[in-house]
Design a protein around this ligand. Structure first.
Ligand SMILES: Cc1cc2nc3c(=O)[nH]c(=O)nc-3n(C[C@H](O)[C@H](O)[C@H](O)COP(=O)(O)OP(=O)(O)OC[C@H]3O[C@@H](n4cnc5c(N)ncnc54)[C@H](O)[C@@H]3O)c2cc1C
Length: 380
């Protein structure tokens, strides 16, 4: 058993860490405040090959392994969770399903520009009445000659306001419930598609989360992704891998909390000594550090499972569940260690606290991860 990263993985960590410090750190506070989508740094991430890491070079990607991809998201999220999830969504939720279920023509037309980062993708499954129970899709697609006519609306779509292409799910045979769902590749500029205003969110505020409205949107038959009626499988298999990205995001936020809290504990004084000399604070930091390492082990293990062709349904659900809970706890403790200053927007731990919460909600809530894990234990 070998816990060392390869030379390439170490190089990727060093490159992304340096990029995050140089390009992302100076704007992280401002984009959190304004909610502005960070297009300029996203373009720079594209130049570094971060938007198509899991895509082979022949389709415009950088063809790294999943462990490297997790490392990149961890390093970005350590500084800014919005940048972390933008990379995660484009790689895992937009490129991945087209790479695995798309036709050659779909890959050339949609995957190549997304993997290069010339265009962005988003994943549109959730609806106002269909979140955890994703099979309850109300959006419909009806075959009309050589095309499908789509109607309905999607909610909470990360990068919805910035993407040019959506991997979108709709009901093609309602009576069949989850077996009646089909995945479509939907370009943003089609007639009848409207992007809603951006959500005002607690955290990850720079991620252009929007609603998408579909009114008689005509999509050619060639844009069905995978088989008609197989959309639920496409959606769930995509999320199984996506969870590795969110686990890495949670890991990065928690590491950021640890970095900040340790540095502060070394300099802040009370009762004639530094906070870091007090056992109560040492124990909090020791617990965060331990949780960060467990999150790291689980996250890289799930990524390694994907890289080695092993089943990663259970390991990615466990990694996301643990890392998300650890991240929220780490952020709460980091704010506590900062005391009143932790409650102020002048310090990053306040932003980390707000950003941390989403990791327990999207790509399957904590409860849904437990449902997935229990299912893998044979309990249904
Ligand atoms: C900022 C943000 C970004 C998002 N990005 C995307 C995106 O890019 N694409 C996309 O498609 N969706 C996205 N989502 C949607 C997200 O995946 C859903 O919000 C999430 O899956 C939960 O669904 P819901 O909000 O409908 O909650 P509900 O499903 O209504 O759940 C409410 C509560 O009930 C619990 N619950 C539900 N079912 C069970 C059960 N069987 N057992 C135990 N507890 C249960 C849940 O865990 C939760 O605590 C995003 C959401 C947010 C907030």
């Amino acid at each position: 058993m070998d816990f060392e990263h390869s030379e390439q993985q170490q190089l990727i960590r060093a490159m992304v860490r340096e990029f995050a410090q140089r390009e992302v750190a100076p704007i992280a506070k401002a984009i959190d405040k304004s909610g502005e989508f960070p297009l300029a740094t996203v373009k720079k991430m594209a130049q570094l090959g971060l938007l198509g890491m899991v895509v082979p070079p022949e389709y415009g990607g950088s063809g790294t392994d999943t462990v490297s991809y997790a490392i990149a998201i961890e390093e970005l999220s350590r500084i800014c969770a919005s940048h972390g999830v933008i990379v995660s969504v484009n790689n895992s939720l937009a490129c991945w399903p087209i790479l695995h279920y798309g036709t050659e023509e779909q890959k050339q037309r949609y995957l190549v520009p997304m993997a290069k980062g010339e265009e962005l993708g988003a994943y549109a499954l959730t609806e106002p009445a269909a979140g955890s129970d994703a099979a309850k899709q109300k959006a419909t697609a009806v075959l009309d000659g050589d095309s499908w006519l789509l109607n309905g609306n999607k909610i909470f779509i990360t990068c919805g306001g910035a993407a040019q292409t959506y991997v979108l799910f709709a009901m093609t045979e309602p009576a069949k419930r989850y077996k009646g769902i089909t995945a479509f590749i939907v370009p943003r500029d089609v007639d009848g598609l409207t992007v809603g205003t951006e959500e005002e969110k607690m955290g990850i505020r720079a991620t252009a989360t929007t609603e998408i409205f579909l009114s008689n949107v005509r999509i050619p038959k060639e844009n069905v992704l995978g088989e008609v009626g197989q959309g639920f499988k496409v959606a769930m298999n995509t999320l199984n891998g996506g969870r590795i990205g969110i686990a890495a995001q949670a890991l990065g936020i928690a590491q950021g909390c640890l970095d900040e809290a340790v540095a502060y504990a070394k300099v802040r004084e009370a009762f004639g000594k530094t906070l870091g000399q007090m056992q109560a604070i040492q124990w909090m930091l020791a617990d965060i550090a331990t949780d960060v390492e467990v999150s790291r082990l689980l996250t890289y293990r799930a990524a390694w499972h994907e890289d080695t062709g092993a089943d990663y349904i259970m390991s990615s659900a466990m990694a996301k569940l643990f890392a998300a809970e650890a991240c929220v706890t780490a952020a709460r403790k980091a704010v506590q260690i900062y005391g009143g200053y932790g409650y102020s927007k002048d310090y990053p731990v306040e932003r980390f606290y707000r950003d941390s919460k989403i990791t327990e909600i999207y790509e399957g809530t904590n409860e849904i991860q437990r449902v997935v894990i229990a299912g893998q234990l044979g309990l249904r």
